[in-house]
Design a protein around this ligand. Structure first.
Ligand code: 5GP
Ligand code: ZN
Length: 114
């Protein structure tokens, strides 16, 4: 998608601190971190929101969770725990219309999600 920030990051047209990358997924540090660890895990396929995920994406979305698992273990924050958030649409405040998984950790997070 031409005007999509995350597609531009995927194409390396915008720089980012890449944590992990393969042919299906990229993970990079959030530019405006909300916690000491704030990684965005992004499927390379341009899917706008969670509502646009189809049956064809089942393997891909499952794969995203496998990659989050791998990153958490390899980066050493798996044991302390972390939170995964997907914003969807207006009320969630989703800003970037390319599905992404926020991985937050590195401190005791708030007990409530909202
Ligand atoms: P959303 O609110 O859409 O769920 O989250 C979008 C996230 O993308 C925000 O946390 C924001 O800080 C991050 N973000 C927006 N633009 C960029 C960028 O150009 N580079 C990086 N690394 N993160 C970005
Ligand atoms: Zn995109």
């Amino acid at each position: 998608m031409e005007d999509c920030i995350f597609c531009k990051i995927i194409k390396k047209e915008i720089p980012s601190t890449i944590i992990y990358e393969d042919d299906k997924v990229i993970a990079f540090n959030d530019v405006n971190p909300a916690a000491p660890i704030h990684i965005l895990v992004v499927p390379k396929k341009h899917i706008e929101t969670l509502l646009d995920v189809s049956d064809q994406d089942n393997e891909l979305i499952s794969y995203v969770y496998q990659i989050i698992n791998k990153i958490a273990k390899e980066k050493g924050f798996a044991n302390n725990g972390f939170r995964v958030i997907v914003n969807c649409g207006k009320d969630s405040g989703q800003e970037v219309m390319h599905i992404h998984f926020h991985v937050l950790g590195g401190k005791k997070l708030g007990d409530k999600i909202v």
